[in-house]
Design a protein around this ligand. Structure first.
Ligand code: PGA
Length: 252
């Protein structure tokens, strides 16, 4: 009952030409796919062009970040309204690179989540533990904190528009994927925190994606797990062939 979502996070890769080419190829090849949702998240300057290319396809558009104010003197920042005006429906928030390279914290991530919802965007809230947190047995504590603080004051009537992405930091861009069992166990834990925070119904309906070195050869195993409802794909989303193989994972 949870429709799978396969999302590509293009990060700070591609330029106008290569982004248009990739989007075109994906749009052409995914026309028949209806049983899963497809999302691409190009870098901000590429959104407008990519949006035109995928306008008639089923592929949805998302951004990789945004600011939590409506507008103003915030040099270098991007507003929700700007993203919506170029065709975005989703925005990735709290990605581990934002947390660890740009020192974003749960408090500002929470402001962004609430603002995105208020403006009509669907946030993908990323959560995940560092290797040292995992080795110290602190994974659940970290995940719980990121969930509780990241979703603070998100009301019941808008929680249904949130997607969670579980991305263990040690698995991002490293070629180390969490085993399907590991991903499932941690995503089951995330779902159980949603039961505590909201309700069984909210938890049951929430799409929880896995991210971290998702590739064509590990996607089927991951998607076979009960609590894995899709994938947030970095490196393997930059090539049409590998992303298409991931999109067309075999449902069990
Ligand atoms: P990766 O990135 O697939 O290259 O590990 C995933 C992500 O950071 O969203």
């Amino acid at each position: 009952m949870r429709k799978p979502l396969i999302a590509g996070n293009w990060k700070m890769f591609l330029n106008r030409e290569s982004a248009i080419q990739l989007a075109k190829t994906l749009a052409d090849r995914t026309g028949d796919i209806t049983d899963r949702d497809i999302l691409i998240c190009p870098a901000a300057p590429l959104l407008s062009e990519v949006s035109k290319v995928i306008a008639k396809s089923k592929i949805m558009l998302g951004a990789q970040n945004m600011y939590f104010e409506k507008e103003g003197a915030y040099t270098g920042e991007i507003s929700a309204d700007m993203l919506i005006s170029v065709g975005c429906s989703y925005v990735i928030l709290g990605h581990s690179e934002r947390r660890h390279v740009f020192e974003e914290e749960n408090t500002s991530i929470n402001k962004k989540v609430r603002f995105a919802l208020q403006e009509g965007l669907k946030p993908i809230l990323c959560v995940g533990e560092l290797l040292e947190e995992r080795e110290a047995g602190r994974t659940e504590k970290v995940l719980r904190e990121q969930m509780v603080e990241g979703l603070q004051k998100v009301p019941l009537n808008s929680i249904g528009r949130v997607t969670i992405a579980y991305e263990p930091v040690w698995a991002i861009g490293t070629g180390k994927t969490a085993t399907p069992e590991d991903a499932d166990a941690n995503q089951s834990f995330i779902r159980s925190t949603l039961v505590d925070m909201y309700s069984g119904g909210v938890a049951e309906n929430m799409r929880i994606l896995y991210g971290g070195s998702v590739k064509p050869d590990n996607i089927n195993g991951l998607m076979a797990r009960e609590n894995v409802d899709g994938a947030l794909v970095g490196g393997a989303s930059l090539k049409a062939d590998s992303f298409f193989e991931i999109i067309t994972f075999k449902a069990h």
